[in-house]
Structures are given as structure tokens and as C-alpha cells.
Design a protein around this ligand. Sequence first.
Ligand SMILES: Cc1cc2nc3c(=O)[nH]c(=O)nc-3n(C[C@H](O)[C@H](O)[C@H](O)COP(=O)(O)O)c2cc1C
Length: 395
Amino acid sequence: MAPTATSSVASQAPATAVADPLHLRGLTVWPPVVLAPMAGVTNVAFRALCRRFGGGLYVSEMVGARGLVEGDARSQLKAAFGPDEQPRSIQLYATDPADASAAVRRLTDGDPGTGRAPVDHLDLNFGCPAPKVTRHGGGAALPWHTDLYAAIVDAAVTAAGAVPVTVKLRLGIDDEHLTYLEAGRIAEDLGVAAVALHARTAEQRYGPPATWSHIARLAELLSVPVLGNGDILEGADAVRMLTETGCDGVVVGRGCLGRPWLFRDLEAALAGRPVPPAPVLGEVIELLVEHARLLVDHLGAETGLRELRKHTGWYLQGFPVGRELRRALNQVSSLDELGALLAVVDRSLPFDEAVRRQFRGHTTPPKRVVLPTGWLATRSHGLEASPDGVAVSGG
Ligand SMILES: Cc1cc2nc3c(=O)[nH]c(=O)nc-3n(C[C@H](O)[C@H](O)[C@H](O)COP(=O)(O)O)c2cc1C
């Protein structure tokens, strides 16, 4: 039996709760937990699996605004939602206000012709540190040019109408070029529903621990909700971040990789209930197989099982299953083969507490941020359009 999943939509906090629901304009989210947008990870399949474990807001992987507007097939696939998915939440990446506006209109209008329903929440990516993004002045580089940043946020908020828009920021480019306080204030003035802060600079990538004191500073400054992000690995971390920083919700990235049951633990901790014990290997395997099935449904067998490979290692982290099995699992070509390989393991093996706080996914150490020539010399952009990355990954 996989760890017990709970209903995915609930807006009421129980009487024992140690946190309040998150309000994003008309959208109420209980518990105040957000699945962080993660390129190549938070697709329909992973969101469906995570949502079974608890309430919250489950954001799509990053979708390039221009690709979406141009009808690029990969962008459309990334922007897909499950038939029962509610709320439908998407992250957009744009470096041009006109693209942002057109993409937001398209997403908030839906498409009655194809049955595509309108989205319920939009997040704008201003946190990506990847060179292929920052080289064009996108992602975490963008808020440095405050006029362009403001124009994109304004375009998105205006086009979104009643649909709540949030921005996801890093602290800045590096310690000498922090942008989050100014960018948070600008976004609030332009009508965003909340500001999420990944408390690392772009230069820090995923290396040093997130500096939560910056989340506290932003929460102190703004009236709109602030969502804290960085290093939430277990239920107690969420309670601690809310208490220590005064933020209104938590954004969870790497902590849930290979551990979709983290959302059950977060909901329990924030509801003031005991966090259930970690699953044994048999339960983890059921989740791995279910994840595989969802990926195959969404992407077809070949692509789905190829995508599964990165998750397999994350699920099995800490379990002594042997190198041979890990290697074989990375080559499976059918769900039957996957099931047969996993049939031989000792399903009673306990979760290894020694790996609970080890990261999965990105662990990139600090690295100089690649910027367009002269980018730091001025805070003003002059509002020229830059190329939008369609096939870019990372945050
Ligand atoms: C594999 C991976 C892909 C990511 N892709 C995105 C992305 O597309 N957009 C974004 O805003 N952040 C992205 N991020 C950053 C996360 O959203 C989050 O800010 C970061 O992992 C810090 O949170 P954590 O310490 O809980 O992992 C990505 C992170 C990982 C590990």
C-alpha cells in the first residue's frame, strides 16, 4: 500500500492548524503550500501524483511565452493540464511584454474549440539562473532592468484580468546586485497576488543554504502574501519557515523529488497533526510504478520511460537495492519490465533517515552569472524586445 493520499482540494484549515490558508485574490489555498515550478519535472504526471497527497497549489513546469503564442508543440504539451486538475496553475517565462500579454490572454481565455480550460493562476519566472536564459537578460537577470521587468509584470497582470498572477524571484544576480526588495515592491504596486522568493542569488545557483532572513525582510515590506522558497525538506521546515520569516506560504522544490508524499507531511504539520512515518521501500515502489504509468499516459511509452529515469534514482535514494538493479531500471522499455525488475526487491526495507536531508535534483555550486554585455551598467533597458527562450530549462 502506498502512503495514504488525501483529497487534493480543500480551502478550509482545521481548528488545530498552525497556519492560515493562502489567499491569491479569489483563489484560496489550504495548506499554504506550493509545488515549485521545475522544468522537466512538474508536468501533468508528477503534479497528479503529488496532488493525491495533500492540498496546495501545484505549478506547471516553465513554459516560454513566445513558444506558446507561436503554437510550438512542446510548449503546448508543457502547458497541458489533467482533465480533473484544479486549480490549473502555470509558470510563464517571458522577456518581452507583448509576448507576456499574448500568452496570458491565451491561457486565461482557454480554448472552447479544443476544450482547453482557462488557467486559475499564473506565475512569472524571474529566477532562472541558467546561462541560456540570463545571457538574453531573462530569468534572474531581468529584474535588474526595472523598466522591462515592470512592463512584463504589468502586461501579464493586465491581460490576466481576475486571474491571480504571482512573480517568482531570486534574491538578485549576486550579493552586489540584489533586486528582490525593489522587484517585490514593483510587482505589488502593479497588482500581483503574491511574491515568491527563492532565497538564493542567481550566482549561488543551488549551492549554499537559502538565506531565509531575506524572506522575512520581504514579508515585512510587502502587503501582498509572500511565499518563501528554499530548503523545505520535511513538514517541520514549513512550520519553521512560516514562523521564522512571517511569510504566508512555502514553495517546495527539491524536497519532493522522489518523495511526493512530502505534501501529506506538509499538510499534517501545518494542520497541527503528527507527521506520518516515512514509507518503506514497497510503498515507495508503488509510487514509482504509478509515476511511470502516469508518465506513459502523458508522454507515451518511449518518452515517458525515458523521463522516468531521473526520478528512479530519486525514489531509491538511500535504499540498498544494488547497482545492477539501478542500471537495469534505467533501461526499461515497458511498464511490465519495470514491474518485473522491482518484484525481486525486499519491500520491507525501511526509509533511510540518513538521506532525509540530502538534496536530489540540482546541487550546482555557485557560478558567475552570464549576462548580456553591459547589462549591469544601467538599471534601464529602453524596452527593446529580447529573444524569448522556448526550450529553456531551470530556475
Ligand atoms: C530540476 C529543477 C528544475 C527547476 N526549474 C525551475 C523552473 O522552471 N522555474 C522556476 O522558477 N524555478 C525552477 N527551479 C527552481 C525551483 O523552483 C526552486 O526555486 C528551487 O529548487 C529552490 O527550492 P528548493 O530549495 O526547495 O529546491 C527548478 C529546480 C529544479 C531542482
